[in-house]
Design a protein around this ligand. Structure first.
Ligand SMILES: NC(=O)c1ccc[n+]([C@@H]2O[C@H](COP(=O)([O-])OP(=O)(O)OC[C@H]3O[C@@H](n4cnc5c(N)ncnc54)[C@H](OP(=O)(O)O)[C@@H]3O)[C@@H](O)[C@H]2O)c1
Length: 298
């Protein structure tokens, strides 16, 4: 299958390209970074679709600096909603299947929620980012039925989120090495997800699953604070880590206190669940260590 990956320099896009390349020649991968393609430019998008004629397009690109997005709704809608709409229209014209990455932040409006969200639960985003991604989902659903919309959460990958300048694990490790006191919110629960695990799951979806809406995260759940505790336990570091609250942290954008996603549709489709978040984190830290120990090329 010829699969075109948009946002290929990102942490998820990079892992997906790598995993697809391992399956060559079964899959031919075309990877486009931001410098190759601006997804808000419809004529550029049309041109690359015509040039490469893929069977599947995976759009991992997003504007997802959640706090910054809060004051930039026009850009958020351009990248996260209008560009996916344009992509869906062009994919329909050319009969190309479209995969769109969405977010657990389409949920959050239910303050006392403690049960993982199913795919058919009613979204209620709390911030502009979540609203813009939900608009992207709806635009695709209304335009072109050959789609997989995949909601995921708390991504971290070896490349770091290029759009965010790193990831949570790297931030924690850096603060610990700098000897800083660390305070992390303990009142937001999620399922942190290693992008390499997610990329394997996306490949399974493309190969085996019917079109539709899917939740795909590592299994289990934790708060950001509990995630940090596990990072330091596995990395054998002992910084001064304290729990805090969202109210004390005072971020610009509101975030869900609970956005754990039940991965129900993948089970129905016979797709293997992703690893539990602790094992995936251990994999990440091991791979990171191996990369650090590799001699520099020259
Ligand atoms: N990160 C998370 O915790 C998280 C959680 C849930 C869902 N998601 C979703 O998962 C997807 C992948 O996230 P990620 O963490 O892998 O993101 P990432 O590392 O920031 O990668 C996104 C890539 O898209 C590119 N991009 C941004 N704007 C673009 C544009 N207008 N045109 C073309 N390319 C553009 C970025 O390039 P530049 O950096 O060069 O601009 C970057 O390489 C996103 O759709 C995101 O909404 C992420």
């Amino acid at each position: 299958m010829k699969i075109l990956v948009i946002g290929a320099n990102g942490q998820l896009g990079g892992d997906l390209v790598q995993i697809l390349s391992e399956y060559s020649p079964k899959h031919q991968v075309i990877s486009l970074s931001h410098s190759d393609l601006e997804i808000t430019n419809p004529s550029q998008v049309q041109q690359v679709l015509k040039q490469y004629h893929p069977q599947v397009v995976v759009n991992t690109a997003a504007y997802h600096k959640v706090d910054e997005v809060e004051n930039n709704p026009e850009k958020a809608f351009a990248v996260n909603a209008i560009a996916p709409l344009t992509l869906a229209r062009l994919c329909r014209e050319m009969d190309v299947a479209l995969m769109f990455l969405s977010t657990d932040y389409v949920f959050g409006g239910e303050e006392n929620r403690t049960k993982p969200y199913a795919e058919n639960d009613c979204p209620a985003p709390l911030n502009v980012y979540g609203i813009s991604k939900l608009a992207g989902e709806k635009s695709i659903q209304a335009t072109w039925h050959k789609h997989w919309i995949v909601r995921t959460s708390g991504l971290y990958g070896l490349r770091g989120a290029s759009g965010k300048g790193g990831n949570f694990v790297e931030l924690m490790l850096r603060l610990a090495h700098e000897g800083k006191d660390i305070r992390v919110v303990n009142d937001q629960r999620l399922s942190p997800t290693f992008t390499q695990e997610l990329a394997r799951g996306l490949l399974n979806l493309i190969e085996k699953a019917p079109y539709g809406l899917y939740h795909l995260t590592c299994s289990g759940e934790c708060s950001w604070y509990e995630f940090a505790v596990m990072i330091f336990e596995l990395a054998e570091l002992h910084p001064n880590l304290q729990p805090t609250t969202s109210a004390e942290f005072k971020a610009t954008a509101r975030r869900p206190s609970y956005s754990v996603l039940a991965n129900l549709a993948i089970k129905k489709a016979g797709i293997a669940p992703l690893k539990d978040w602790q094992s995936a984190l251990a994999d990440y830290l091991n791979q990171r260590k191996k990369l650090a120990n590799q001699p520099c090329g020259g």
